[in-house]
Design a protein around this ligand. Structure first.
Ligand code: ARG
Length: 459
């Protein structure tokens, strides 16, 4: 038979393949709560503006709650023939109420309906992402506080560079995840305008009150242009690009955890709860959670590129291409929330191996820069010359198979006669980190300052 919604113009129903390519109910059922919330706000506004009788609007608003409870209880029978969540909900409302249900769609279209539902959904995800990021930051702060003065090697090119503190390294991620949360907040502020009442594309001749529905749904304002309201998905793209950057940070941290938990590094031990074993090698404890978090960016960036590609080249206003917006955003959001939760758990549970960190911090001539700085300060050497002298001392230590503090004063003076006993004071890793007192530096007091600042911000 022909369609119950637009059967007036149609003599025949769709081909089975048409139905398969056209239906979105298989995935947009995830918008049920938002769809019903939007419809309830719309019905209340239609009554307040005298477009609907109060009794009809009340019946519709009550009926919609019944539909929602059926969906939440899992007793709702979703129909592919009814294409999407909007028509599934409306058809069920008609079963329940009869004629008044048909009045709900006055002064609106599925185009503004889906744009509104999806914004509400993305807005919730943004809030969840921010909450997940803040929980992760708290876990990192706990780690940072415990090891604010534990030394570890700092790397560039993954080669030993200068000693840093464990707390400093943890706090670097607190900053990154803080910017991620602020990107989500920015996106939220920009997207928080309501498309409802744009109708199909041109607005409506009914005397609707778009400010009322916008406010009821927690938006700052109604979208100011009806064409724009139903046409753009930039809010979803901003969510995805913020998610992609966040996933990149999660991926880098995961990579470090994979390296650090190896037998060669032993910087951290991951908990049993966030590791897996091997079916053949009994000694194995694999960092699978870290690896999977590292990989999630593949799907999230994929969704970002995918939706941009769907949207490019679409003429205004709505085209059915835009139905392809949802699955990728759903998948990216699920992936991000899971990755954030797994990272938080892993960080909360992991234990840093303080002795291994300290041993590694002292190897690889990590205090060579301190030595060069000493030559500048004590012997008034130009830094370039100090760099050269220190390079010769590193070479000497390397040839002797020892570290810089193991050279004798005579060894040192053989390279530069001006060097005195005092040089040995700056060759230890603890001296090194304690000396990095510049703002944002790795000195424990600086690290503690930033920990205190973040604890206050997250309180
Ligand atoms: N299922 C559609 C989507 O997800 C809803 C909007 C349909 N609008 C239309 N004019 N066909 O985009």
């Amino acid at each position: 038979g022909s369609n119950t919604m637009w059967g007036g113009r149609f003599a025949a129903g769709p081909d089975a393949i048409m139905e398969a390519i056209n239906a979105s109910i298989g995935f947009d059922k995830r918008l049920a709560r938002q769809d019903i919330e939007g419809s309830r706000a719309h019905a209340a506004m239609l009554a307040a503006t005298g477009i609907l009788r109060d009794s009809d609007a009340e019946a519709i608003r009550e009926g919609l709650l019944t539909v929602l409870s059926e969906i939440e209880a899992g007793t709702f029978a979703f129909s592919t023939a009814l294409e999407d969540i909007h028509m599934n909900v409306e058809a069920r409302l008609k079963d329940l109420l009869g004629e008044p249900a048909g009045r709900l769609h006055t002064a609106r279209s599925r185009n503004d309906q889906v744009a509104t539902d999806f914004r509400l959904w993305v807005r919730d995800q943004i809030d969840a992402a921010i909450a997940g990021l803040e929980a992760l930051q708290r876990a990192l702060l706990t780690q940072a506080e415990a090891g604010a003065d534990w030394v570890m090697p700092g790397f560039t090119h993954l080669q030993t560079a200068q000693p840093v503190t464990w707390g400093h390294h943890m706090m670097a991620y607190v900053e990154m995840f803080g910017r991620d949360a602020s990107r989500f907040r920015d996106a939220r502020a920009r997207m928080n305008e309501c498309p409802l009442g744009a109708a199909a594309l041109a607005g409506t001749s009914f005397p609707i009150d778009r400010h009322m529905t916008a406010e009821a749904l927690g938006f700052e304002a109604p979208c100011a242009n009806s064409l724009d309201a139903v046409s753009d998905r930039d809010f979803a793209l901003e969510f995805l690009s913020s998610a992609t950057i966040c996933a990149m940070h999660l991926s880098r941290f995961s990579e470090e955890l994979v390296i650090w938990s190896s037998a060669q590094f032993r910087f951290v031990a991951l908990s049993d709860r966030f590791s897996t074993g091997s079916s053949i090698m009994p000694q194995k404890k694999n960092p699978d959670a870290a690896e999977l978090i590292r990989a999630k960016i593949g799907r999230i960036l994929g969704a970002n590129v995918g939706l941009l590609t769907v949207m490019k080249g679409l003429p205004l206003a709505y085209s059915k291409d835009m139905q392809e917006d949802k699955e990728q955003v759903f998948d990216a959001a699920d992936s991000l929330m899971l990755a954030l939760a797994a990272m938080e758990g892993m960080v909360r549970d992991m234990s840093a191996n303080r002795p291994a960190l300290e041993t590694a911090a002292a190897s690889g001539f990590s205090t060579a820069t301190d030595l060069a700085d000493w030559l500048v300060r004590e012997l008034d050497m130009p830094f370039r010359e100090a760099h050269h002298v220190t390079g010769a001392l590193v070479k000497l230590a390397e040839d002797k198979g020892c570290d810089l503090p193991d050279l004798t004063l005579a060894d040192m003076q053989g390279v530069n006669s001006g060097i005195t006993e005092g040089v040995f004071d700056v060759l230890g890793v603890h001296n090194s980190i304690a000396s990095r007192t510049s703002y944002g530096g790795t000195a424990p007091d600086q690290v503690r300052l930033q920990i205190a600042r973040w604890k206050e911000r997250l309180a």
